[in-house]
Design a protein around this ligand. Sequence first.
Ligand code: AHR
Length: 521
Amino acid sequence: MKKNTLVPFFSLILFVSYTPFFAQQQITDITVVEDSEAPIINKHIYGHFAEHLGRCIYGGFYVGEESVIPNTDGVRNDIIAALKDLNIPNLRWPGGCFADTYHWKDGIGPLNERPEIVNTWWGGVTEDNSFGTHNFLNLCEVLEAEPYLSGNVGSGTVQELADWVQYTNFKGTSPMSDLRRENGRDEPWSVKYWGIGNEAWGCGGNMRAEYYADIYRKYATFMSDADMEGGIYKIASGASNDDYEWTETLMKNIPRSMLQGVALHHYSVIDWGAKGSDTEFTEDLYFKTMQESWLMNELIEKHTAIMDKFDPEGKVDLIVDEWGGWYDVQEGTNPSFLYQQNTMRDAMIAGMTLNIFNNHAKRVKMANLAQTVNVLQAVILTEEKGQKMILTPTYHVMHMYKVHQDAKLIPLSFTSPEYTFEGSSLPAISVSASINDDEVVHISITNIDPKKTNTLTLDATSLHIKKIEATVLKSEKLQDHNTFDNPDKIKPTEFKNFQLKKGKLEIDIPPFSVVVLKGSH
Ligand code: AHR
């Protein structure tokens, strides 16, 4: 075991150590890498995404002011409270694929004058536009979250998007800011984050990267920076998975001054043709989902390498604005509504992925889990006919990890023990660590191995840690999940399986669990 001889927190040495009782278990050392330029973990990595899709907005967030469910301007108070408790840093809206069909002027003004539209991407359902720009931006204010608006490039116009920026951001007199005032809002909302289209290579218009790069330049030109102190933050519709050529083409053809972020979408889906059940899955399917989730690490590294080539100063950020698990919908629900349950498997995806993002905080500055309520890897599920709401295991992971928001990364180096299944293997352990302004250290650990406990020892002497507290998220079965009848089956509990002796911490990480340690003076 190495001696801790370096200066304060960068001298942290972590060891995931061998437990001698089990001969087959591996020994793994985790060491902190000294790096005086370690990045801050941008809080926006913990962002969310809400699309007009299924029961995310309508029947999820938004129940209308007349609802018997307690609400604020039509948005459920229990959802607001839960998201505030998560310190939700940003919310992306209105899509997704829906964004490139959305004409924002349909969603402002008197309710009875708003047109009914058909949601062509998600089930062909008719919606009445009762949830629009004011509702969303006011909600973000209530949540104290930054709005991230996805502009319509696919079926919209340059003028329409330029007008949206003026409507939301312009202080003075102008056609759009006057219209905003007529609709009851005097002060601009000052929206900083703007996506210029979504999945331009697919539902956003099936464009080629070269063509989209030009289109991007055109739209960006007319979105006024002057309306926003410091300018607006423009995000290009990014690659799907390993489409490195897409990233390369955007980085090559869009001037740095016009581009603040490039997106990336990656879902943990085992097979688009046979995604498998959300709650009934074998270890084979679990392993495949973990493989897909771990791929995020490689994708970020390879897209980052391309960005480094064109932007060595790191001015353009990588924005993973859609990620999460994607399975078959719950039986009996509309296949286009993407409603799925959320099990311990999802907790593993979340714990591992957030560790990956934290450890790549130098380039990854924002991420958005898909999607907040009732869609895909949701943090909140609501009853379709009743009034109940539940928090999912993914919610609890995001809650446990929120301590990393805006804290300084403590880089780690280690070789994880392997989780082996039928001859293939994956790193069983993912870890990330940070130190906040109060010098409190947090270490988040996810053990995806469904059978093995991994033992970790931490030399905490240099951290001057006097007190350690820990929480764990675990359950008996991987398939376990919270239900409306048993909402607290899975929730974080105090974790006591550790010992702090003479500055050395020993901890056992149970199979398929997430543990977060807090070390304070
Ligand atoms: O999140 C669901 C959909 O997945 C989004 O609308 C789209 O951008 C992606 O393909």
